[in-house]
Design a binder for this molecule. Structure first.
Ligand SMILES: NC(=O)c1ccc[n+]([C@@H]2O[C@H](COP(=O)([O-])OP(=O)(O)OC[C@H]3O[C@@H](n4cnc5c(N)ncnc54)[C@H](OP(=O)(O)O)[C@@H]3O)[C@@H](O)[C@H]2O)c1
Length: 281
C-alpha cells in the first residue's frame, strides 16, 4: 500500500516520510508539498500538494492507500477549510485511511485555544469522513527551546509564564516514529493518541540545557500579560499572544499528561536525559 505524507517540505512531514521509507521502502512512499522543490532531495516521489488547491490534491493522491495529513500553519478558520480540502480530495481519490497530526492543548481560555479548536474540528472532520482514521495529538516541540539557546544564554534566564507547570514536550523525530506506526498499524485505527514525552517544568528544562550546553541558566516566572507583551514585541501581534497562550496552557496543566507514545510505537518516548546527552555529543 502506498503511504503519502503532506507538507514534506517542512520538518515534521519530512521526518515522517523518512521513517516510512525505513519501514516500507522508498517505492511505497509519496510526498506531497506545496513547494515540491524544497523536498527534491527527499529520496521519494514528491507530488504537488497545496492545501488551497483541491483539484491538484485529488490528482496527487491517485493510487495512495494511506495519507498522513500534517497540520497546516494558516490562521484557524483558513486552516479548517484547507484540511477539509485535503480530506475531500483523499475521499475522491479513494484513499483508504487518513492519519492526522493534531495537537494537545486547552480548547478554551487561552489565546492558543482557537488554534486548538481548529485542530479539534479537523479531528471531527477526519472521523466523519468515511475512510479509516487514526489521530495523534502532538505535545509541544522541544527543538525551538534548543534553537533559542543563544538568546537564553544572552540573558542567563528562561523567562515565561509557565510557572511551575509541567509540559510533556516531544521531538519531531519521535513524532515521526509514532506517525509511521499509526500509518502502518491497522489495530490502532479509529483511536486518538497523545504523543509526548515525560512532562518537565521550565526549571528542569533549564537544568537540561545547562548540562547540554554548559550554560548557567535559571528560570524566571513572568506574569502572563508581561510575557505576551514581550513575545508580541519580538514576534508580532498574531504569533505573540499565541505563544503566550501556549505557556498559559502549560501553567494550567494542559500539557501535563502521561501520553500514549508507547501504546503506539511499542517503546517508551526517548527520555530527556538521553535527548540532551545526545545534544551534548
Ligand atoms: N507541536 C508543536 O510544538 C508545533 C509547533 C509549531 C507548529 N506545529 C504544527 O505542526 C505542523 C508541522 O510542523 P513543522 O515543524 O513541520 O513546521 P514547518 O517546518 O514550519 O513546516 C510547515 C509546512 O507546512 C507547509 N504548508 C504551509 N501552508 C501550506 C499549504 N497551503 N499547503 C500545503 N502545505 C503547506 C509548508 O510548506 P512550504 O514549504 O510550501 O511553506 C511546510 O512544509 C505545523 O504546520 C503546525 O501545524 C506544532
Amino acid at each position: 500500500m502506498i503511504c503519502a505524507v503532506t507538507a514534506v517540505s517542512g520538518h515534521l512531514g519530512r521526518e515522517i516520510a523518512l521513517k516510512l521509507m525505513d519501514r516500507l521502502g522508498a517505492g511505497q512512499v509519496v510526498g506531497l508539498a506545496r513547494t515540491p522543490d524544497r523536498a527534491s532531495d527527499l529520496g521519494v516521489e514528491v507530488r504537488p500538494g497545496d492545501y488551497d488547491e483541491p483539484d491538484q490534491l485529488v490528482a496527487s493522491l491517485q493510487g495512495v492507500g494511506a495519507l498522513v495529513l500534517v497540520s497546516g500553519m494558516a490562521p484557524p478558520d483558513d486552516r479548517i477549510q484547507q484540511h477539509r480540502n485535503v480530506i475531500e480530495a483523499a475521499k475522491a481519490a479513494g484513499v483508504r485511511k487518513i492519519i492526522y497530526t493534531s495537537i494537545q492543548g486547552p480548547d478554551t481560555g487561552t489565546a492558543f485555544s482557537p488554534v486548538v479548536q481548529s485542530n479539534r474540528q479537523t479531528e471531527a472532520d477526519v472521523q466523519a469522513s468515511g475512510p479509516e482514521w487514526a489521530i495523534g495529538r502532538n505535545g509541544i516541540y522541544i527543538e525551538p527551546d534548543v534553537e533559542y539557546i543563544d538568546s537564553y544564554r544572552a540573558t542567563g534566564t528562561i523567562a515565561n509564564s509557565a510557572g511551575n507547570g509541567r509540559c510533556g514536550y516531544t521531538t519531531r523525530s519521535e513524532l515521526a516514529h509514532a506517525y509511521a506506526a499509526l500509518a502502518i498499524r491497522e489495530d490502532l485505527n479509529g483511536q486518538t493518541f497523545d504523543l509526548n514525552g515525560t512532562p518537565i517544568t521550565q526549571m528542569q528544562l533549564a537544568l537540561y540545557l545547562n548540562k547540554a550546553f554548559g550554560t548557567d541558566l535559571s528560570y524566571r516566572a513572568m506574569k502572563s500579560a508581561d510575557f505576551v507583551a514581550d513575545r508580541t514585541a519580538e514576534l508580532g501581534a498574531f504569533i505573540g499572544p499565541i505563544i503566550g497562550g501556549i505557556y498559559d496552557g502549560i501553567r494550567h496543566g494542559a500539557y501535563d499528561r502521561p501520553g500514549d507514545f508507547e501504546a503506539v510505537t511499542g517503546r517508551p518516548h526517548q527520555s530527556w536525559d538521553d535527548y540532551f546527552a545526545d545534544l551534548a555529543g
